[in-house]
Design a protein around this ligand. Structure first.
Ligand code: ADP
Ligand code: MG
Length: 240
C-alpha cells in the first residue's frame, strides 16, 4: 500500500500501551427530574492490538459507552483517553480529530443506498483529504478484494446480501487503517455463517493492521475471537 496512508503505530504496539483508557466514567441522560444515570464508575483499559468483546443485556449501557469511546458524544465526568487525548472536557474540534482515527461498524450497515460498494468504501478515505480520487478508488478496490467482494464493487447495496453489505461496511471502516475500530453488534442481522465470516475478517484485518477492536455483541458464537471479554450489567462493567 501507498505511503500516504497512515501506518499502524508500531511504537504504540511495542510499548504495549493503552490506546483506550477509561477511568471512573459516569454518564447521564436527561435533565432535572428526568435525569437518569446510565453508566456508573466505568474503568477499562485496552492495549494496542487487543480485541475486546463486550456483552451484556439490552439496555445495560453498551452502546452508550461505545459512543463515548468513539467521541460521538461528550463524557460528563471521569476520564476518557483515546490515543492519549482526553475527551472529558474536549472541544468539538478535538472530538472530530479523535473520530478521524476510529473506524465504526454498526449493527445496521449504514451504507449509502445511492452509492456503489466501491463508492461507499471510498467514503472511508475522504476525510483524510490527502489522497487523489484515483488513489482513493485504488485503495477502496484493494480492500474490497480482501473482503472477497472484488466481483461486486459496482453493485448497489440493495443488490448485495446482508453479509456482503456488512463486509462492505467493514471495508469502509478499515480502509483508512484506523488505530481503533468500534463495532456495535456487527453480526446481529446476519446468519451464523455470514456472522462468522465477518468476524474472521475483522480479526484478520485487525491483526494485519495492528488495530485495536472493541466489539459489542450478543452473539455467543463469536466470543472465541476475543483476547478478553468484559460484560456490562445495569451500567456497570464487570471483567471476566
Ligand atoms: P445497550 O446498548 O446495552 O442496549 P444503551 O446504551 O443503548 O444500552 O442504553 C442504556 C440506557 O440508556 C437505557 O436505559 C436506554 O434507554 C438509555 N438511553 C440510551 N440512549 C439514550 C438517549 N439518547 N436518551 C435517553 N436515554 C437513553
Ligand atoms: Mg446497544
Amino acid at each position: 500500500m501507498n505511503s500516504t496512508l497512515p501506518k499502524p503505530d508500531l511504537r504504540l504496539q511495542r510499548e504495549n500501551r493503552a490506546v483506550i483508557s477509561v477511568r471512573n466514567l459516569d454518564h447521564y441522560f436527561g435533565k432535572g427530574q428526568l435525569k437518569k444515570q446510565v453508566l456508573f464508575d466505568i474503568n477499562l483499559e485496552i492495549k494496542s492490538g487487543e480485541i475486546v468483546l463486550m456483552t451484556g443485556p439490552s439496555g445495560s449501557g453498551k452502546t452508550t459507552l461505545l459512543t463515548l469511546v468513539g467521541g460521538l458524544r461528550s463524557p460528563h465526568s471521569g476520564s476518557l483517553k483515546i490515543l492519549d487525548q482526553e475527551l472529558c472536557g474536549a472541544s468539538s474540534g478535538q472530538l472530530v480529530m479523535v473520530r478521524r482515527q476510529i473506524g465504526y461498524i454498526f449493527q445496521a450497515h449504514n451504507l449509502h443506498r445511492s452509492l456503489t460498494a466501491l463508492q461507499n468504501v471510498r467514503m472511508g478515505l475522504e476525510m483524510h483529504g490527502t489522497l487523489s480520487t484515483a488513489q482513493m478508488l485504488q485503495y477502496a478496490a484493494e480492500i474490497l478484494e480482501e473482503v472477497g467482494l472484488g466481483d461486486r464493487m459496482n453493485y448497489y447495496p440493495e443488490d448485495l446480501s446482508g453479509g456482503q453489505k456488512q463486509r462492505v461496511a467493514i471495508a469502509r471502516a478499515l480502509v483508512s487503517h484506523p488505530p481503533i475500530v468500534l463495532a456495535d453488534e456487527p453480526t446481529a442481522a446476519l446468519d451464523s455463517k455470514s456472522g462468522r465470516e465477518v468476524v474472521n475478517l475483522m480479526q484478520k484485518l485487525a491483526k494485519e493492521q495492528g488495530c485495536t477492536i472493541l466489539l459489542v455483541t450478543h452473539d455467543n458464537r463469536i466470543l472465541d475471537i476475543a483476547d478478553r471479554i468484559v460484560s456490562m450489567e445495569d451500567g456497570r462493567l464487570i471483567s471476566s
